[in-house]
Design a protein around this ligand. Structure first.
Ligand SMILES: Nc1ncnc2c1ncn2[C@@H]1O[C@H](COP(=O)(O)OP(=O)(O)O)[C@@H](O)[C@H]1O
Ligand SMILES: [Mg+2]
Length: 499
């Protein structure tokens, strides 16, 4: 569809941009829309970077004064002089199925059209078997993003709270659950901090593909834990304490039967290789660990070997856990275990989604607050070789480990208004130019910018509606308030009746 004609200005057309005048009836063209120009090198693609409106009549003071004096539209057909100018940034040329950089400027006078949907799909890098996440802004094109390109080298979803991160994550999970076997299905594990994903379990369609585990029920046999893991959780242990712990776990492992933290404590008590002070502090550290009720004698829940399955999701609902340390220990334990099992190819390639990732891979954190950071950074660095992918979700990107963030080669950014976060995002994601950065603050809920590996060019996507049941732990505020007043009134009535 023709929308306008390229004009000649001092700086353009060049190989990077051109200006065009819009046809009279084509004032529906939008900033950000993709356009196309037929050139001798093939179809040239670009996007409308800015729109300008001009009217020569109002450039001259005398004519404006004259217009104001008579104020008659019929006498002065000023509307005739009104026109729209579009500034287009050139992205490249499409010729015989291949995309190249534009080597020559398009000609002044050439016709400009709205980009063809079919070619646009190729141009942006979408594939038929891709994950259907939403639609491209201003175009009737489904954003079908290639699974490998989106996830293999890790994904970061960054935005302020309420911008639609969890909604988008749910859409991604739906796509992973609905994926056909012949297209390659991966397993999904989600660290669900607020119990926002439990709706999957209750859903008619997705329920059968969902395993839901309450965080307080997670347990892991001590036998499968190494002393190094415990040392990571208890970074304040001294060298003699570490030695004693290794000794204990090493000896107990050789014994028949199961053992738990209690047995380790008993072993330490009886040991005669360490000073009493060392024994005492180590036992105190272990009793803290006992309070968390994570390590068991033989209970294992979830059983990652069985519960991590291709085309299915394992939701670990942490909403009942208050202690951040406990949550970090759990994330460390689960991520380590998943990565180990995956390296041995005992489980399917997986995506580990971590909500509030800044709490689990914090940029500037003391050792005791950084328990799960090292495994997250390890997976970020080495995961792609083994089919272990991360999706880090955060509303505080400034606090998120730069090592982990810089390994995420696709960033999906929704609305962000905090200038510090904006700066940080701009620095950590390649491909965010000034134009994209400027648009981030004006995104609405559910609107996202995709940059990086997954797409050929930064794109603006309207995230689609979700198909799965939405259910969260905790009632909406007004419901909570109603319940509170109603129960209180009932109690008062009971008291009155009693008196
Ligand atoms: N693309 C979208 N379409 C429709 N509703 C959305 C969309 N994105 C977010 N929402 C709604 O906006 C609200 C906030 O979204 P949510 O995903 O919880 O934000 P965040 O996780 O970033 O805090 C929710 O009620 C959600 O249903
Ligand atoms: Mg959320």
């Amino acid at each position: 569809m023709k929308i306008g004609t390229i004009i000649s200005t001092e700086e353009s057309p060049s190989t990077s941009q051109f200006m065009f005048v819009l046809d009279k009836d084509k004032d529906t063209v939008k900033k950000g829309q993709f356009v196309q120009v037929n050139t001798k090198d093939g179809e040239l693609f670009g996007y409308v970077n800015e729109l300008f409106r001009a009217n020569r009549y109002f450039e001259r003071a005398e004519s404006v004064a004259e217009y104001e004096k008579t104020n008659s539209m019929s006498k002065f057909p000023v509307g005739e002089w009104d026109y729209l100018l579009g500034e287009v940034k050139i992205l490249g040329t499409f010729n015989n199925g291949r995309f190249l950089r534009a080597h020559a400027p398009p000609a002044p006078g050439a016709k400009v059209g709205i980009a063809d949907d079919e070619i646009l799909k190729h141009f942006l890098g979408f594939v038929e078997t891709g994950m259907s996440i939403g639609s491209i802004q201003h175009h009737n094109v489904d954003a079908k993003i290639d699974l490998t390109r989106l996830l293999q080298k890790h994904l970061a979803i960054l935005a302020m709270s309420g911008a639609g991160k969890s909604h988008l994550a749910s859409v991604l999970i739906e796509e992973l659950l609905e994926r056909k076997k012949e297209h390659g299905r991966i397993a999904t594990v989600i660290i669900d901090i607020h119990g926002e994903y439990i709706g999957f379990k209750l859903d008619d369609k997705f329920g059968v593909k969902t395993t839901l585990v309450d965080g307080s029920e997670i347990a892991f046999p001590v036998r499968k834990v190494t002393p190094e893991m415990i040392e990571e959780w208890m970074p304040t242990l001294s060298v003699p304490q570490r030695e004693l712990l290794r000794h204990a776990m090493h000896d107990l492992k050789k014994t028949e039967g199961n053992y738990g933290l209690k047995e380790i404590a008993e072993y330490i008590e009886q040991s005669d290789v360490a000073r009493d002070e060392v024994k005492r502090t180590l036992k105190r550290a272990l009793s803290e660990l006992r309070r968390y009720k994570i390590l068991s004698t033989n209970k294992e829940n979830p059983n990652l070997l069985n519960d991590v399955k291709p085309g299915e999701v394992l939701i670990l609902d942490f909403s009942s856990i208050d202690s951040l340390r406990k949550k970090q220990i759990l994330v460390s334990l689960i991520a380590r275990r998943l990565f180990k099992l995956r390296k041995k190819e005992k489980i399917a390639p997986f995506l580990l989604l971590i909500e509030e990732a800044h709490n689990f891979a914090r940029e500037k954190a003391e050792a005791h607050e950084a328990i799960s950071r090292s495994i997250i950074e390890t997976i970020a660095r080495e995961g792609r070789k083994f089919g272990a992918s991360l999706c880090l979700i955060s509303q505080r990107p400034v606090n998120l480990s730069t090592t982990a963030l810089s390994q995420c080669s696709t960033h999906i950014i929704l609305r962000v208004t905090n200038p510090n976060d904006l700066d940080h995002i701009q620095m950590s994601a390649e491909g965010i130019d000034a134009r994209v950065a400027k648009s981030i603050t004006s995104l609405r809920v559910g609107e996202a910018i995709f940059v990086g590996e997954a797409v050929n060019y930064p794109i603006f996507v309207n995230i689609r509606d979700r198909k799965s049941t939405k259910r969260e732990r905790g009632l909406p505020l007004h419901e909570q308030a109603k319940t509170f007043e109603e129960t209180r009134k009932k109690k008062e009535e009971q008291v009155e009746a009693f008196l």
